[in-house]
Design a protein around this ligand. Sequence first.
Ligand code: PLP
Length: 456
Amino acid sequence: MAIVGKRSRSEWQELDSQHYLHPFTDHKELGEKKSRIITRADGVYIYDADDNEILDGMSGLWCVNAGYGRNELVEAARKQLEELPYYNSFFQCAHPPSIELSRMLVEVTQPQFNRVFYTGSGSESIDTMIRIARRYWELRGQPDRQIIVARENAYHGSTIAGTSLGGMKAQRKQGGMLVPGIEHIEQPYWFGSDRSLSPEEFGLQAARALLQKIEEVGADKVAAFVGEPIQGAGGVIIPPEAYWSEIQRICREHDILLVTDEVICGFGRLGEWFGADYYGVTPDLMTFAKGVTSGYLPLGGVMVSDRVSDVLIDKGGEFYHGFTYSGHPASCAVAIENIRILQRENLVEYTKNEIGPYLQKNWATLLEHPLVGETRMVGLMGAFEIVKDKGSLERFDEDDSVGTICRDLLVNNGLVMRAVGDTIVTAPPLNLSREQADEMIEKTWKCLDLTAAAVS
Ligand SMILES: *Cc1c(COP(=O)(O)O)cnc(C)c1O
C-alpha cells in the first residue's frame, strides 16, 4: 500500500514547483521545464509518472550499488523499525545494529581500520573528518597543523565544510566566508590539461603539486591531504597510475594524514571494496556514505585508523562531536544487509572480473564516434569526452552546452547518465547484466548520433 496517494503527473509538477526547493537546482529554469517525476524503480530501472522505463546509469546519485527492488533491505529496515526505531549512542549507550555494522566495516576495510564514527551523510562525514584530523594534531602537541589540502574540482559535499573543502568554483563563490585553513592543488585530469606530457608524467606532476603546496605553507602547518580516489561529481577524473602512490609517498615523508573520500568509490564501485584498495594506498582516514546502504536509507561515516584513534582515545578525553542520527539503527540494519548482499552475490568481484571489463570493452568502442575524444572507465565508473574536433580534441564552445543536449537525449531515450560540462559520466548499479550493458551502449550510440545531428 502506497503511503502517498495518487496524483496526475501535472499535479505533482505543479505542487513541486510551488513548494519544493530542490538541491543544486535553478528554480526559474525548473519552473519552466518542470520536474521529471520518478514514481518507482526495480533492478537497474527507474519509472517516471508516465511509466517510461529508464535504465539508471547513475545508480540514483552514485549510491544504489546493489540495485533497486531489494526486498532484503526493505525487510531489514522494517524489522529494525519495529524492534527499535531509534536510540542514540550518546551518554554511553549503544544498540546491536550499530555495533554489528562496525564489526563488518572493520572486516571489509584495510587492517589499519578498527574503528568507525557514524554520521548521516557524506557531507557530515567530511565535517567529522576535518574535526578529527585537526583534533589529532592538537593532541599530538602540534596544534598549528590545521591546513587541509584538497583539489580543484573536487566534490566533498555541501555543508560549509564540504563546500570549503570542495574545489568547485561556482559552489565556493556563493554564500560568503568559508572554513579557513583549506588549500587546493591541481586535479590529476590529463584530458583537461594541454596534454603536452604523457599521462604518467602528468600524474607525477599533479601529485608533486602537493609537495609544492607543503613547501609553500610549511609542513608543520598541514594536517591532512584529502582526495576522492576517482573524482566523481567533477567528471569521473581517473588519475594516471603513478598519482596515488606518489601522493602517499609525499604525505608519509611529511607526516601528513592521508584521507580518501570514498563516498562514491567505496562499496565496490571500482571492483574493490574501496578506492584506496584499487590504488594500493593505505589511508589514515576514509569518509564514506552513499553505497554503504545502497541509498535505501541515509548513513555515512569515517573509518579511523589505529594511528589516529589511539591518540584520540588515549589522550583526548571526550570528543565534543556527533549527530542525533549517528549510527541510526534502521540505517545500520540496512547497511548490514547491504554488505551481506554485496558479499553473498559477490558483486565486488563481479564488478572487477565480469561486468566491469565487459562494459569497459564496449564503452571503449564509443571512441569510434566522431563526437567522442576520450573514453575511460574503472570498475563501473566511467566517462567520455565530447569534442568538436577529433583530431585536435578541441571542445565545443561553452554555451553550446552539447553535454546537456546529449544528456537530455539520453534520458528521453531511456538512459540516465550525467553531463559535467561536455563530459558524460556513468556509474550504473553493480548488478548490471550483460544485456543491460549492451542496452547502455546501444542507447549511447544512438544519442551520440542524435547529438551530432542537433549540433551540426
Ligand atoms: C556525494 C558526495 C559527498 C557528499 O555526500 P552527501 O551525502 O550528499 O552529503 C561527499 N564526497 C563525495 C566524494 C561525494 O560524491
